[in-house]
Design a protein around this ligand. Structure first.
Ligand code: ZN
Length: 454
């Protein structure tokens, strides 16, 4: 089975809106959990032929007309004013030709002009809205794993989900929490009934009856059946959420050192920009590689190891997003990506312009998001996209800077202390000469903590 294929996201009705916030804390409000549940149903139901009444599609309903499809033009008005195409009257967007990546791709998909997702979304639309408004929040992503777009695709997915949650809870500053899974432990510390659900006592593979997720049903899990029957998932219940029993094996979560060594890789990605790339930050973070970059094809680390550790629903790429823990696992993964961005400030051309697997070239429009957005547009620091992480990652830039400052101030301090010491020694010698031997006392150094402002 191919690890970690795509996940569903609901269509965003308003293409241009600002976003800000920071992820902190690890507890989720019950209303948010309810909202998450709703979103998973609605989001995962997008493949369905029988849409839940409130579910939204990949393309706006307003563009699903014979005219729009003939014209290949998806530029609906925002609001009720017909002339307000793409919200142009508020300066939020404009209708323009879709640019699609034309560079060759590599990887296992070798056909041409067969799959409708090639040169996304030109098979459907060649004109669409383009955001121009304040905030320029976030644009798009594409096929989601085993290539550079792993980081951008999941980031965009989270941004869309977060925006939906903000609307559902009526709070624009709501931010998705993250789960620091790099504990090195053989138990899941957020798998408690307060958070994502403990194990059931009578069947440890299921979720505790005291958890709000105990009766959470998963959808779109029977991939083989869908393929065999050539049908689409209809979003109906396919059984309960499953996770590994606590301490059920010797498998351990990634460690803080794993995060640190992954963050030491300077190359964003390396040919063939796939799951066998070595010394690639992306591949190490995604977890097909050792955290330090040396290739080991049987390796599972960081992101992949966290999925694998959770087992059950989370271990199947097509099903993993059913488990609400998916969101916090991926926001932490995004935080590591962001730390790398801040640390290395990569130029645009750090991302391959061509010959990455389909969907992963720099200027490819991320599938299946719409309106189209390239990988390149999300290859920025989170701050540039309007949010930050309240997190202190091992070996992070802040820490390194603070360390450098501390070293500097320590050297300065040491010189001052040395001068003081010499002066004291001179005085002491004089006193000693006058009064005989006396112990040198009360010379205090005040070491600064690394994180203190110097
Ligand atoms: Zn994942």
């Amino acid at each position: 089975m191919e690890p970690w294929q795509g996940h569903a996201v609901p269509w965003q009705r308003s293409p241009c809106s600002a976003r800000s916030g920071s992820a902190e804390g690890q507890s989720l409000h019950p209303a948010v959990m309810g909202a998450l549940r709703w979103l998973f149903w609605a989001g995962l139901g997008y493949l369905s032929c029988c849409w839940p009444p409130q579910a939204q599609a990949q393309f706006p309903r307003a563009c699903m007309t014979v005219d729009a499809l003939h014209l290949k033009r998806c530029c609906p008005p925002l609001g009720t004013e017909p002339g307000n195409v793409c919200g142009s009257l508020q300066g939020r967007g404009r209708c323009q030709g879709v640019q699609a990546d034309t560079q060759p791709w590599s990887g296992p998909y070798t056909l041409r002009n067969v799959d409708d997702r090639e040169r996304w979304p030109l098979k459907f639309f060649n004109q669409s809205c383009r955001c121009t408004g304040p905030g320029h929040p976030f644009t798009g992503i594409d096929f989601s794993h085993q290539g550079p777009a792993f980081v951008t695709w999941h980031r965009y997915h989270l941004l869309l989900l977060e925006r939906d949650l903000q609307r559902l809870v009526g709070n624009d500053s709501f931010a998705l929490p993250y789960w620091n899974f790099a504990t090195g432990r053989n138990e899941c510390d957020v798998c408690t009934d307060q958070l994502f659900g403990a194990s059931r006592l009578d069947d440890p593979g299921l979720i505790s009856l005291s958890s709000r997720f105990s009766r959470w049903q998963i959808v779109c899990n029977s991939l083989d059946d869908y393929n065999r029957l050539v049908t689409l998932c209809n979003g109906s219940d396919e059984g309960p959420l499953r996770r590994r029993p606590p301490a059920g094996s010797s498998e351990r979560l990634p460690t803080a050192e794993d995060v640190q060594s992954c963050l030491s890789l300077q190359e964003f990605d390396s040919p063939p920009f796939f799951r066998n790339s070595s010394f690639s930050f992306r591949n190490a973070l995604e977890g097909f590689d050792k955290p330090g970059g040396a290739l080991n094809l049987r390796m599972l680390s960081l992101h992949n190891l966290a999925h694998s550790f959770l087992n059950g629903t989370s271990v199947l790429p097509h099903a993993a997003a059913n488990d609400p823990i998916f969101v916090v696992l991926h926001s932490f993964t995004d935080a590591i990506f962001d730390e790398w961005m801040k640390r290395f400030k990569p130029p645009d051309n750090a991302w391959p312009e061509e010959l990455a697997p389909i969907g992963h070239n720099r200027l490819y429009n991320m599938v299946p998001f719409f309106p189209p957005v390239t990988n390149n547009e999300i290859f920025q620091t989170a701050e540039q996209l309007g949010y930050t992480y309240a997190i202190d990652l091992p070996g992070s830039l802040d820490e390194t800077q603070a360390w450098a400052v501390t070293v500097g101030s320590t050297i300065g301090g040491a010189l001052t202390a040395l001068a003081t010491l010499l002066l004291l020694l001179v005085l002491f010698q004089r006193r000693r000469q006058r009064r005989g031997f006396e112990q040198l006392m009360n010379v205090r150094f005040s070491p600064k903590k690394y994180m203190e402002e110097a």
